[in-house]
Design a protein around this ligand. Sequence first.
Ligand SMILES: NC(=O)c1ccc[n+]([C@@H]2O[C@H](COP(=O)([O-])OP(=O)(O)OC[C@H]3O[C@@H](n4cnc5c(N)ncnc54)[C@H](OP(=O)(O)O)[C@@H]3O)[C@@H](O)[C@H]2O)c1
Length: 301
Amino acid sequence: MRAVVMHETGGADVLRLEETEPPEPADGEVLIGVRAASVNPVDWKYRRGFVEAELPTVLGKDVSGTVEVSRADGFADGDDAFGYVPGGGYAEFVAAPAGAIAKKPAALSHEQAAALPVAGMTAWQALFDRGGLERGQTALIAGAAGGVGHLAVQLAKLAGARVTGSGSSGSRDFVLALGADDYVDYTEQDVGEAVSGVDVAFDTVGGDTTESLLPTLREGGVLVTIANAPPQEAARARGVRSELLVMSAASEQLSRIGELVAAGEVRLELAETLPIAEVQRAHELSESGHARGKIVLTVEA
Ligand SMILES: NC(=O)c1ccc[n+]([C@@H]2O[C@H](COP(=O)([O-])OP(=O)(O)OC[C@H]3O[C@@H](n4cnc5c(N)ncnc54)[C@H](OP(=O)(O)O)[C@@H]3O)[C@@H](O)[C@H]2O)c1
């Protein structure tokens, strides 16, 4: 099969399309013929060597395609499925554990479905499982135009929260059109000074942004970060909590998110859809840190 194999860490040029052996699905797994795979920032973090991987490796954690061989209950050969794979998604075939994938809603294209698993489940788990966000509460989404952030804005609104998003000036109209009630342009204002009294602050940005969100919280509020070590001491000193979320895949949650997008209740933004041969360009865009929505790679059947 063709796959994007990474033999060494480095710039985007270490990603090369090569012929390699297809994986064998184990018990409880299916072999998916990949039609689309999405790019997540963790992929370029592996490529840079910021996250360790055994080399050579094939990156890619989000896929959508057709089940070629099922060795799992609930999936038959020929089913269209999408979901999370531990790695190996930038390829013509990937083995996927059944517990981390779901049937693809017919109304979603493979490109749309491949964009959802990591970003959708991360947004969901951060807001609700960790943040405990409830109807009538307020949420701040830092990085509201990103892959995770743009879904988080909409999921928080659907749950009945009041939402403030942050991003650059160029992302303002996009984030407000997603339904955010307020917007903070980080190029003009410090979000920690502009916002106060929120119940849940969701940090998708990392760096200095993480700790800068603490003053936005009401007493007893929670900062959930997915992009940094949580500043626990500083949080305690302010009478708030701070937590790191590491996403874990669950097919029921994935189905729910897929249905919301298929029903048009959540809008999925694709920043760029590129053929897998243009994986280097896709990585450069992701690494820029300013993509609007998700980046998707397509694989010809
Ligand atoms: N822990 C986990 O399980 C988990 C899961 C998924 C993702 N992550 C991590 O979460 C982070 C976000 O992922 P993602 O896929 O959403 O990334 P992404 O799509 O690359 O995010 C890009 C967005 O970040 C915005 N941004 C950049 N700097 C900002 C700032 N200072 N303030 C506000 N917004 C800013 C950009 O908006 P502008 O262009 O307007 O600046 C852009 O829209 C990554 O570090 C990723 O590795 C962790």
